[in-house]
Design a protein around this ligand. Sequence first.
Ligand code: ATR
Length: 290
Amino acid sequence: MINGYTRTCGLLGNPVEHTMSPAIHNFLAEKTGCNLAYLPFRVEEGCLEDAVKGAFALNVLGLNVTVPYKSQVLPLLQETDPLAEAIGAVNTLVRTEKGFKGYNTDMPGLSRAFYSDGVKIEGEKVLILGAGGVARAVAVLLAKEKAGEIILLNRTVEKARRIAEEVNGMCGRELVKPLPLKDWETLPEERTYLAIQTTDVGMFPGTERAVIEEEGFYRRIHTAYDLIFNPLETRFMKLAKEAGGRAYNGLKMLVYQGIIAYELWTDRPIEEKLAGQVYDTVLKQMECGG
Ligand code: ATR
């Protein structure tokens, strides 16, 4: 029940209409008996600063930040967590005395999803498909979690090169190597790699596409991890399974990034059993078309 004690959280972004975050956080509030309501706030271009200041003035407890504001929000924060700083993107704001502190829960969310799916990172040889903001964040996470080798495969190799230089600079060794997407055939032919798909190729409504179509590529990977969750099985995942590998979508990452944000706002840990229930709720909502 909403009353005078209800704390408010919400999502800043544009568009926000298809978000799953209200389903995640309002479910968690109900299950943990927390008097908290979560709402979507569409923020028009040029209004982000007003939105952040306004939310603080309105005693908002916490916010998520989504496209297109994850980097733009950085200069508006009182403080930024070091991981979010290294990634260069913030998706969660937590109220402090003088302003909001920014965190990135997307990458810790991905890390928890890997753990939950039994996907190992330490010492692994990993391919990252794409070289946008998400690929960069994934490379930072993998470096932190001691991946053995990271190859950034991208159509525009220059972008992969830039990320490789930055991340190698951060970790002080030649961990990340750029490779043009079309040169995947130069990779060893054994089933060697975990492949993480960070582009939006294959996302609804373009579901008939995968960033690489050739079977030879999929025979080189043992695990395909697509960060897309709509559709629940992408063409990338299907091709990987057909070639004999395992495949996962990005729904667990979505759920865990929300759970970690909720833990930051309320200071209470969410146990795995409840995390599973959140997953089932989001899955059901997706299967019903949102
Ligand atoms: P995000 O911040 O979500 O990572 P982005 O910065 O726009 O998004 O990056 C999108 C990534 O998807 C890029 O690596 C892009 O490749 P280019 O750098 O060559 O543009 C990749 N991408 C998008 N459409 C693609 C396609 N049809 N084939 C291959 N890669 C594609």
